[in-house]
Design a binder for this molecule. Sequence first.
Ligand SMILES: Cc1ncc(COP(=O)(O)O)c(C=O)c1O
Length: 359
Amino acid sequence: MLHRSWAEIDSKRLLENSKNIFNYVKKDILAVVKADAYGHGSVVVSKIFENLDYVKKLCVATSEEGKELREEGITKDILVLGGLLKEELDQFLEYRLQPVISDFSQLELIPDEFSIPIHLKFDTGMNRLGFNISELEKVLYLIKKKKIKIEGLMSHFPSADVDEELTESQIKKFKKIVDTFSKNSISPKYIHIQNSAGLIYECSYCNSVRIGISLYGEKPMEKFPISVKTVMSVKSKLISIKSLKKGDKVSYGGTFTADKNMKIGIVAFGYADGLPRNLSNKGYFIINNKRAKILGNVTMDMTIVDLSDIQNVNIGDDVLIIGKNGSEEISFNDLANLCETIPYEIMCRISKRVKRIIL
Ligand SMILES: Cc1ncc(COP(=O)(O)O)c(C=O)c1O
């Protein structure tokens, strides 16, 4: 294999995760494949979901992302979560992309009798995108006047993993919205508010879930009740091995000083591959089923690790950056904890230079 760094995408696991989630929620899945399917490769992932009956839509952030999927032959419905700007309208039409409309400026852009059914988003507590409940009557008036087909009503949970009170209040608020539409004889096909963390909540009037991270195998919280397994593992190569003498400094800025004679290795994976630089002096890789601690600052293309306690290691050996090897494992969550961020960010940051290999 000619790649110095690669990410293995386990398509069987992706399939299994989606099945396990579907069997648990028994609702249609709107699969979130934005941001290159959280770094997994949106085309590959979408091609897998394309054949699943219970995956009804693919959700992207922008019409550009939707266009890329269409150009690769994806025919399933594509929902653009980030809505539309004026200059993007033609792209929506040309590639049959469904916009999520979340404010009046977007609603105005939609031509009367628009040929593509849209989803309307309401803000029930995140204060990001979405109409306010106070705007409901005006929304109803405009969509009737413009004769726009509403295929979906949606909202979003910002804190389903940490704030039960807010989440329950959102479920109630959203129900009022759905009921008001129903009283106005509008009963859209898809009603969705639950993200992965939101799956632990009961939303009896919702008939679909809009999920990303759990499909990719990351539990949104400890007590997540559905069995999911990590889909992506990231690997690289050891490209050099050398010795350090006590007192030698390592890497840019010399932030590590050897307190004894050491054996070190240079791994072909740096911050340009997606390794957060703030893992400098605190992260580790797995080599020969052992932890190799990161020494000094992570550099653009390489990272230096401690090989002093690792036997039988040679230039060209595989290095596990994220994944499981024997009894040792480093997960997206572990890395996120070390960097004080979330697994989503680590996944999305794995860069284009890291070749995706589909298993
Ligand atoms: C609007 C929206 N819906 C659904 C999701 C999926 O969330 P999760 O990956 O936590 O399931 C996201 C993720 O960022 C989102 O922005």
